[in-house]
Design a protein around this ligand. Sequence first.
Ligand SMILES: NC(=O)c1ccc[n+]([C@@H]2O[C@H](COP(=O)([O-])OP(=O)(O)OC[C@H]3O[C@@H](n4cnc5c(N)ncnc54)[C@H](OP(=O)(O)O)[C@@H]3O)[C@@H](O)[C@H]2O)c1
Length: 302
Amino acid sequence: MTQTSHPTSLGGTVNFARYSVARVGYGAMQLRNSSGDREAAIALVKRAIALGVNHIDTAEFYGDGFVNHVLRDALRGEPDVVVVTKIGADPNPGQESPIRFAQRPEELRASVERNLKSLGLEQIPLVNLRRADIGPHIAKGDQLVDIEDQIATMVALREEGKIATIGLSAVSLDIVRRASSAGIACVQNAYSLVDREFEDVFRFCAETNLAWVPFFPLGGAVRGMPKVTEQPEVIAVADRLGATPSQVGLAWLLKQSENTLLILGTSSVAHLEENCAAGSVTLDEDAMRELDAIKVGQGAIC
Ligand SMILES: NC(=O)c1ccc[n+]([C@@H]2O[C@H](COP(=O)([O-])OP(=O)(O)OC[C@H]3O[C@@H](n4cnc5c(N)ncnc54)[C@H](OP(=O)(O)O)[C@@H]3O)[C@@H](O)[C@H]2O)c1
């Protein structure tokens, strides 16, 4: 993966699937919290674009289509923004859990159709197949589907032109290897300064030049999960460098490999602006040593 030009604060630009994107992108999941203020959600996405973000991660099941509809409206007239969605789960309105697994091939196909509609696209630039075979929420019964059957459906959708490229999410190294002959554009797994469970998958991606898109880059928003910004080592490094804890956590991720692309999750414009400056933070050797020494846990995946 070759790194080309600016914007520097966004970590430069890399080739991602068929596209060229800033290394700092935006993960839109937190916008589901803004369903009471649609205009504010649209304004936040537009601010991200104005800052140079041109890679946005979403899912139909974020707020039962709300987030996709916000993106459709915010990105009108922005053909160069690469929208990435994920399938493998669907909205489950009116039920105890707002999301249900949808792993079967016919469900994957139906999810792509729904995403096309809600995003207002004729083709989705990249679709991640979000697997459900690693914890803590594991699919059971007919929702446990072989990766080969799912990939065959994804390839068919690509041949039909409904999706341009295929990615994987929440996957083990074994699944990445089994799917790779289909031509995989990226892997999106949980990974951060406080969660390095998928170090083997990260290393494989770095060695094979496959885009690595860590989700929960700051440890996620789920209560009870460790937060990057609360680690004493992160706070100490931030104070010393005149940066903020979130910028330090994100700069550490950018430094892990050239093929790491961030999808920052926030519903706050102030946090968005702060986080989008992470590429300008230079972590020296001392800082890296301190950060690398942080004790990490096994992350949860939601
Ligand atoms: N493939 C998958 O299964 C999967 C799973 C989860 C997420 N994702 C994707 O990954 C993206 C990122 O994950 P995420 O949003 O869950 O987690 P995250 O980016 O690690 O953390 C988001 C949390 O950090 C807070 N935050 C953001 N900037 C901050 C700052 N500067 N200072 C202090 N707190 C800050 C946010 O609060 P505020 O809103 O108040 O800023 C929010 O509570 C998601 O948006 C989604 O697109 C994918």
